[in-house]
Design a protein around this ligand. Structure first.
Ligand SMILES: [Zn+2]
Length: 129
């Protein structure tokens, strides 16, 4: 991240530690979810080989499970990135416009890389990342 463009985050160390705990809790529960989903994937594969009539349904279920874990993996990645920003002391600032994010936003999505405005741009594919 370009340090020349970044403004210092307005967040105190104490606040950052609060979000670090939130992020680590979420990371632990997501990791447990992913482990559960993986064992469900294995069961679904076994069912599919046992009963060919249900194969279509099972592959649909498998696709659903894969898409679910992709989303969870994405969130895990963002959590790791957010934890990295806490280490750097830049946590709480939007990665695009560098304004400090609101407490409300961070409490709702502690791993959010962007403020709401930039998030919208990112979802439209206007932001480079
Ligand atoms: Zn922004």
């Amino acid at each position: 991240m370009p340090s020349t463009a970044a403004k210092p985050a307005r967040m105190t160390k104490k606040e950052m530690e609060k979000y670090r705990r939130l992020l680590e809790e979420k990371k632990a529960s997501l990791s447990a979810e992913i482990a559960k989903t993986r064992s469900a994937e294995v069961e679904t594969t076994e069912e599919a080989t046992q009963d060919i009539a249900d194969k279509a349904v099972s592959s649909y279920t498998r696709e659903f499970l894969y898409s679910l874990t992709d989303g969870e993996r994405g969130t895990l990645l963002r959590i790791d990135e957010a934890l990295g920003r806490i280490d750097l002391g830049t946590y709480g600032s939007c990665l695009n416009c560098h304004t400090a994010m609101t407490e409300k936003r961070l409490n709702a999505v502690p791993w959010a890389p962007y403020c709401l405005d930039c998030q919208e741009l990112s979802e439209k594919g206007i932001l480079p990342n």
